[in-house]
Write a protein that binds this ligand. Sequence first.
Ligand SMILES: *[C@@H]1O[C@H](CO)[C@@H](O)[C@H](O)[C@H]1NC(C)=O
Ligand SMILES: *[C@@H]1O[C@H](CO)[C@@H](O)[C@H](O)[C@H]1NC(C)=O
Length: 424
Amino acid sequence: MGCPMFERRFALKRPSEYPFQSLYRPWSWLLSSFNNVALLAFLFILAIALYKRYRKKRGAEKFTYRKVVTNKESNENKESLISVLVIGGSGNLGQCLTEQLVNDGNYVVHSLDLIIPPESKMIPGVSSYIRANICSPEELAIAFQETPVDVVFQTAGLIPTVKTKDSELFRVNRDGTRNVVNACKEARVKRLIYTSTCDVVLSSDKDQVIKMADETYPYPKDPLNAYAASKAEGERIVLDANSTTMATCVIRPSIIASPYSGLCHGLLMSRGGYIGDGTSQQSLVEAGACANGHILAEKRLRESTEEIGGQVFQLGGVSYEWRELANYGLDESGYTAWGHPRRSSYPKWLVKVAAFFNVLIYNLTGYCPINQFLDVASVEFITRSYTFRSDKAERMLGWPQHPPLDDVLVGIIDEYEANSKKSK
Ligand SMILES: *[C@@H]1O[C@H](CO)[C@@H](O)[C@H](O)[C@H]1NC(C)=O
Ligand SMILES: *[C@@H]1O[C@H](CO)[C@@H](O)[C@H](O)[C@H]1NC(C)=O
């Protein structure tokens, strides 16, 4: 019964018989087999990877230069003053140095860093804050063009955590420093002072012990880590640039101690203890004394270019034992001067295992379960002894005798308490 034409038309176009039936229900086709699901997942992951790459590329090329002039008045009687640029001026040492330069009275001070601090954190008397990246020669060129200076302090550098790639350390500490040197030459800067570190002589040899070394201690063939290697290359770039038109020198602080540096901050925040018997000895230099060493280097470089140009000066400071530092000021109540209960000692093998898993879990998940500074190399570092002399700086720069350990630690604890009260 019925019309044969009608029946044929519809019979042919029934979805189940249509050659491209799946076009009616694409999702059921895609999910209908394992291969298709796998293909989808692959495309999804590829898209995310490409997007991440794109974001990273854009981030690296993003132009961030900006300048904020904060103190117009001081620019008027500029003639008699020396203009300086502190690169890394928002860093731990950079802030201290900037403050001392302003207080010195002989300098017009500019600060350059990746960030411009909020107004409440700006140091009064600083002439301008510049935001620029030392990894960008273009940004440095603009900074030096807009802000001509006589002297540059290159304190900017990357300190590694578990999350830092080795290539990143070289990109900042070596290539960034080279960019700074080139920009200084181009801008006819007269003096350049580079902040390095005593770490440049540490090697990955487990038996290395350094006792009161001076500046003649050689660079190792196998540096402790990429940080030490990248800072050593930075040093050589700066020393090679010493010439009659631009005098350069290198300052090598030991571990810089302030309430906000890694060394003391951990103890103030009640983290960790010490490793093994805690008798390894290292040197620390108080941040203020370290900044003063930089300013003395600038003065001496100006007065006596031949003598100071191309030289390296260690600021060794004072030595301490980890055991002594961790339980500093321990009294009958069982509390240390850091404001926390007595620290315990952890076996070295246990800390090394923990460090290994800390890195492994970070590698696998992107999350650091224990501490972002804890890796096997850093355990090696703090369980070996390294101490450094400062007599060359004392003799040639007139760097004053470093205060004793007690004074440094009491000062740091007091400063920390005063600042945390202020911020409450
Ligand atoms: C650094 O340069 C100055 C000026 O040219 C020169 O007198 C001095 O000897 C140089 N230093 C070194 C270590 O070559
Ligand atoms: C973590 O990743 C880094 C670099 O990708 C590698 O060198 C290191 O061996 C890895 N560590 C562990 C414990 O997986």
